[in-house]
Write a protein that binds this ligand. Structure first.
Ligand code: NAD
Length: 442
């Protein structure tokens, strides 16, 4: 493709969720001229003022800096936003359909708009997570709908950033994967990312698509595996923290993703594991291991409910504080968070539920049972409650002085789904403490 491969490129990013916005902002920061496009007018109006539509550490200062430098622009008009783009990055959502497969309708819609809008040779990157074969499908859709006589190439470039540390990950990630059937095009994309100084792996399109699913499936497997071991530890009198430390010290295993808890949530692991199972079924392959990983996670999300049943029998009339709502710390993302199902079941069982989260309260209102009450601080949330649950390991919870549970609760009984405290801390504070994969303190 002519004219591409210079250091400062004109890049358009379509879809400004966690992936699109963070990618767009960081590409502007390393010198490219970036236009971020989204159909959501409220988001675009916020972003134009340097405000992020979601909570992500470090993002807003970087947005403001690059808006001021004149390298970062926002628009709702796709045609205007794509004008003269060398590279177009698709980062719209690929949510889970009812049957578990990935819904690629947003990508299809955007690709039609790209086909109508591009007036010069363009590289089109699919950054959204898409099933193997989607890049080729999108290439065909664009080819059959081109309005102008231009050349284009579709490149798979899956994203690996983590919500909560998305900005950090964009600059310090482990690798950038570029899947292309044209080495020169792949090199152009590598040139765009070069200032980030990260490892770049160039491969074929289908392998690139598969690397993303295989990586998420493997991480989900690690989580479900350690959770299975933690359930065994509870029954056999071992301590999962000790076991995970001993396992993780083996370099082949590693310490990361060995934290036992109430399972994974979020917008990626649940949907991507289900999509891979669907894709496997479609080609007649029974991915038994991954099906087990998904089942284990569904069960693990309900672990605290089983522990409560075992301890109390009925929860009718109990006042229960829930600390932590987002699916993990440092994000306000509520998608597939364990808090949704847990609070729902507590209310179903007749409990009175009051919740608190440092960042996700505003989003939570759209996801939680309307009977949930919202606390204004940690202390006010646990005050005069009978039971406290911890569902997300925010630092503000981990740093709590446990004596507040004794001082403020009707009875200091804590069910910790994320092992935020040591057993010694719980014992010293004099609370009744139920955690995951470790003995009960009472
Ligand atoms: P998101 O749902 O937060 O954002 C998607 C954005 O696309 C929304 O702002 C929406 O308004 C916009 N959009 C939808 N249709 C559009 C259209 N026709 N034109 C313009 N904009 C449109 O999504 P996300 O969490 O950023 O994820 C995007 C993709 O990246 C998904 O495929 C996801 O699996 C993948 N991914 C996500 C993460 C993560 O941590 N969130 C990490 C790696 C990969």
């Amino acid at each position: 493709i002519a004219g591409i491969g210079v250091a400062n490129m004109k890049v358009s990013v379509i879809g400004t969720g966690y992936v699109g916005l963070v990618s767009g902002v960081s590409l502007a920061d390393i010198g490219h001229d970036v236009t971020c496009i989204d159909i959501n007018e409220r988001k675009v109006s916020l972003m134009s003022k340097g405000k992020s539509p979601f909570y992500e550490p470090g993002l807003e200062p970087l947005m403001k800096k690059n808006i001021v430098s004149g390298r970062l622009h926002f628009t709702t008009e796709i045609q205007k936003g794509l004008l003269n783009a060398d590279i177009v990055i698709i980062a719209v959502g690929t949510p889970m359909k009812d049957d578990g497969s990935a819904d690629i309708s947003q990508i299809k819609q955007v690709s039609l708009q790209i086909a109508e809008s591009i007036v010069k040779d363009t590289i089109i990157i699919i950054k959204s997570t898409v099933p193997v074969g989607t890049n080729e499908l999108i290439r065909d859709i664009i080819f059959s709908n081109l309005s102008h006589n231009v050349e284009f190439s579709v490149v798979s470039n899956p994203e690996f950033l983590r919500e909560g540390s998305a900005v950090y990950d964009t600059y310090h990630g482990d690798r950038i994967i570029i899947g292309s059937d044209n080495y020169r095009v792949a090199e152009c994309v590598a040139t765009m990312y070069k200032p980030l100084g990260m490892n770049i792996l160039i491969t074929d399109i289908r392998s690139a698509e598969m690397i993303k699913y295989a990586s998420n499936a493997f991480l989900a497997t690690k989580i479900s595996f350690i959770n299975e071991i933690s359930n065994l530890c509870e029954r056999l009198g071992a301590n999962i923290e000790e076991v995970a430390l001993g396992m993780g010290t083996d370099k082949r295993i590693g310490h990361e993703f060995l934290n036992a808890g109430i399972g994974y949530g979020g917008s990626c692991f649940p949907k991507d594991t289900n999509a891979l199972v669907q894709v496997s079924d479609q080609v007649g392959y029974n991915f038994e291991l991954l099906k087990g990983v998904i089942r284990v996670n569904q069960r693990q999300q309900k672990l605290l409910l089983h522990k409560l049943k075992h301890r109390f029998g009925s929860l009718k009339g109990k006042r229960i504080a829930v600390l932590g709502l987002s699916f993990k710390p440092n994000t306000d993302d509520m998608r597939e968070a364990a808090s949704i199902i847990i609070t729902d079941k507590l209310i179903e069982q007749g409990a009175e539920v009051v919740v608190y989260d440092p960042k996700a309260m505003k989003n939570a209102v759209q996801w939680l049972n309307p009977k949930v009450n919202y606390g204004i601080s940690i202390k006010e949330t646990i005050r005069e409650t009978d039971i406290a649950l911890i569902l997300t390991e925010w630092d503000v919870f981990k740093e709590l002085d446990l004596s507040i549970f004794v001082e403020l609760m009707n009875s200091p009984i804590v069910f910790d789904g994320r092992n935020c405290f040591t057993l010694d801390e719980a014992m010293e504070a004099g609370i009744e403490y139920h955690s995951v994969g470790r003995p009960v303190i009472n």
